[in-house]
Design a binder for this molecule. Structure first.
Ligand code: FAD
Length: 541
């Protein structure tokens, strides 16, 4: 990379910072023949990490083809290394461990992400073709890119954030939301009260949650098919939980749900109540997930028309008629149709009930075993306030709903990485303080995805989010001096010194193949049987 044109305090500060980084780093045992011009580490291999890698490469290539990297003093940029660090041996974050097993079409995005790691050679050929057909200019050069996976490496434990910042020109934090919000209610620590996050991660075979099975089993009792479950929250995660609980093995056998989960919920649970304190117009779920609940083979979907009416305040009506309200109108119609059907209902063996205007106020212990959940006490609410800002206000009317198990589904929450400066993290919102992905510090730190903006949006939302972060990185390229950092070589030697069993892309391919091996599968259509134990996966290293 050529020298800086822009002379100013930012550059001097950055140059000083880079020098400090070079001298702080003491782990380089060998040096590569030619160092990359830009070394980027991305922490987390979920959608945001993968999209950040993809759009960083694409953006650099596009700028180069337009001759615009020269403007950023990057005309000598030839080699870009992007190393994606992941604490699990397996990649793709919540696509693997969050997305519901009966939504396999959503998981197809993994194929797209896999190309990043497989396609270094193919992509280089592709970009060579593009470059050849493009009018050649003096500044045109090929970017040699290499994107690698470094699984089973937990940043903050196996390597510190400070070490990572010393090793790389750019560090992007994309490690998602590793915790969840709590209601803060009396009885929330009773046996039988869980977060939806724990339940989802368990049925999806996340190794850190494999031990939860015994707790779910205990809560659901000897005969889970007669159990009552209350799910608190009205987003898609709550609806996913209700659907999985209602389906049982008939609807899940041919999915990638972990067998340890299917063993326990094979017959589904008898009654699942999903409740929220506001009305149906304010619900965060989408029509697809709602429609699936209305079409369950063995479970009646029940919604009360009186609750829909009570939530249809003047402000709610305005929300239904306002701009961009089409999805809400469709939800309203579907719920009203379901409510009308409810009264003349064909009774099925199981029920999923959607309740509105109910605010949980206490988890009440079981009368026989005081340490266990027995019911959820709720207060009836009414909506008050302006269009778009209606709040649920308690009416004093109480209702107790029997429950063997309660799942709190009121949102995931980001965590501060061990060793991260307190000033960089907003504990209240659970996000890294940033502007357009540039972390609020005079350093090489960026953020992307749920950790950057909070736990909202679908997988596709992380595309525009990643592009936003990439823009910030590219804007700062002017300030990134000729790469003196050790990047991948430094990382690998440090991890090797520490005996960390790194899972690279080839090792992951072996894990992937083993999970799909027919000898492991319980049915023909099952796409894979996931390993739920890290040690088992490390055998394929
Ligand atoms: P994540 O996907 O959480 O990825 C973060 C990664 O960082 C993980 O792999 C994690 O293991 C890793 N990590 C954490 N800590 C460290 C560390 N210290 N060091 C290294 N690595 C670390 N969207 C859809 O479009 N369709 C759906 O059907 C859908 N279903 C969903 C179901 C659930 C239950 C949830 C919770 C979300 C769902 N989403 C769905 C949303 C989608 O999953 C998110 O938008 C997306 O996963 C967020 O991406 P991310 O990369 O920011 O975080």
């Amino acid at each position: 990379m050529s020298s800086f044109v822009r002379i100013g305090s930012t550059i001097l500060r950055h140059a000083r910072y880079l020098n400090q980084r070079s001298s702080r780093c003491t782990y380089h045992t060998s040096s590569p023949l030619s160092k990359p011009d830009l070394s980027v580490a991305i922490v987390g291999s979920g959608p945001s990490g993968c999209y950040t890698a993809k759009y960083l490469i694409l953006t650099l290539e596009q700028l180069q083809q337009k001759g615009q990297l020269t403007n950023a003093n990057m005309d000598d940029l030839k080699n870009v290394n992007i190393d994606i660090l992941e604490k699990l041996p397996t990649p793709f974050g919540l696509v693997r461990s969050g997305v519901a097993p009966d939504h396999p079409e959503v998981k197809n995005v993994e194929n797209d992400f896999s190309l990043l790691f497989q396609g270094n050679h193919e992509n280089q050929k592709q970009s060579a073709t593009v470059t050849q057909t493009h009018t050649k200019s003096k500044t045109e050069k090929l970017i040699q890119k290499s994107i690698v996976f470094r699984g089973n490496v937990a940043v903050g434990k196996d390597i510190s954030l400070e070490e990572l910042q010393s090793l790389y020109d750019v560090v992007v934090l994309a490690y998602g939301c590793e915790s969840n919000r709590k209601l803060g209610l009396e009885g929330e620590s009773l046996d039988g009260v869980f977060s939806a996050r724990e339940f989802v991660a368990w049925y999806n075979g996340h190794p850190e949650f494999a031990h939860m099975g015994s707790y779910f089993k205990q809560a659901l009792g000897n005969n889970p098919s007669q159990a009552n479950v209350v799910v608190i929250g009205q987003g898609n995660v709550a609806l996913d939980c209700a659907r999985i609980l209602a389906k049982g093995s008939q609807g899940l056998m041919s999915t990638d749900i972990a067998s340890h989960a299917l063993e326990i919920i094979q017959d589904g649970v008898e009654k699942t109540t999903v409740l929220g304190r506001r009305g149906h117009v304010q619900g965060a779920f989408t029509i697809k997930e709602l429609r699936e609940l209305t079409k369950l083979q063995d479970a009646s979907f029940i919604v009360d028309e009186a609750e829909l009416d009570a939530g249809t305040t003047t402000a709610s009506l305005e929300e239904l008629n306002g701009p961009g309200s089409r999805p809400k109108i469709r939800i309203d119609k579907l719920l009203r149709k379901a409510a009308a059907k409810t009264s003349s209902e064909d009774e099925k063996s199981k029920q999923v009930r959607l309740r509105f205007l109910l605010n949980p106020v206490q988890f009440i212990p079981d009368s026989a075993v005081k340490s266990r959940l027995g019911s959820v006490l709720c207060e009836r609410t009414r909506l008050e306030g302006e269009l778009g800002n209606q709040v649920a206000v308690g009416t004093g009317e109480m209702e107790e709903i029997t429950a063997n198990m309660a799942l709190v589904s009121i949102g995931y929450k980001g965590l501060q990485l061990p060793g991260m400066n307190d000033a960089l993290f907003d504990e209240k919102t659970g996000v890294v303080r940033n502007t357009n992905g540039k972390v609020h510090s005079k350093s090489n730190l960026y953020a992307s995805g749920w950790l950057k903006r909070g736990p909202s949006g679908i997988i596709g939302t992380n595309i525009s989010d990643a592009k936003d972060t990439v823009s910030s990185i590219v804007n700062d390229l002017r300030d990134i001096a000729e790469s003196k950092v050790d990047g991948r070589v430094g990382l690998d030697s440090l991890l090797s010194e520490r005996n960390i069993q790194v899972i690279d892309w080839e090792s992951y391919q072996r894990i992937d193949a083993a999970e799909k091996d027919t000898s492991r599968l319980r049915s023909d259509g099952q796409p894979r049987e996931k390993f739920t134990n890290v040690d088992e996966m490390l055998n394929y290293k």
